[in-house]
Design a protein around this ligand. Sequence first.
Ligand code: BT5
Length: 258
Amino acid sequence: MNLHNLQAALRDIPLGGLRYFDNLGSTNDEALHWASQGARDLSVVVADEQTSGRGRLGRKWITPPHTALAFSLILRPTPDEIKYPARVTGLGALASVEAIAKFGMRAQIKWPNDVMINNRKVAGILVESVWSGEALDAFVLGLGMNVSASAIPPVELLSLPATSLENELGQLVDRTKLLHDVLSSLIAWRSKLGMDEFINTWDASLAFRGKQVQLIKQNETPVNGELLGLESDGSLRLKVNDKILTVQIGEIHLRPSV
Ligand code: BT5
């Protein structure tokens, strides 16, 4: 991966700007900084390797060199994105599922931000925001996807089983073409973010629907319930002891009940 072949591969994507690094701490950090300095809508930061990639809640995201997709897209928020901020995480997940579907492989979304193939995590999304006082200035949508087997971290660093696209497909994957497909799907779905079609398609890709899951919130007793689906704002609906419980995207882990 290099700037020249990225520019060539992404020439039909209406990017606001493109920054590429062989090696970077975190593409989200770079994008947050760039956004605060006036980056245009749809500016993207891509790294071949991340040395301090981040997940949610201070967790680490591992991106060894030459193995993965790691990028952050700056979105100057539309009225729909301001209204439904949780849908921005769904946007990254949906674009990943759609790009993977091009290989004939069905991925699912473990709400809110994990993309799974055959119950193993292949990608994760981290959405952060930049504020100017009270006004939301930008979203930074960070996406990491394991492409080759060497992207998969050692098992002791994982809270969920992990996989890579090449492991699942049994064939080599061109990372720049994959990036192109994820971005093009993301931009297409972005224009539908406020529509029911968006929520319905996200909902249709949810993992564990109709299954018993456990919600784990820091310092609280886990809650067990049946996963019913999404609310229109992107929060999750569960049936717990015959009552409907709605969970916002936040400090929640979700896992199948054993
Ligand atoms: C995520 O967090 O899954 C969001 C990951 C977002 C990464 C992208 S890469 C580009 C951009 N720049 C960044 O700095 N971040 C974004 P979370 O749901 O909190 O999951 C984190 C957990 O996933 C870790 O605690 C590990 O258990 C596991 N993990 C770490 N690296 C992994 C990998 N390469 N593949 C699979 N699982 C991984």
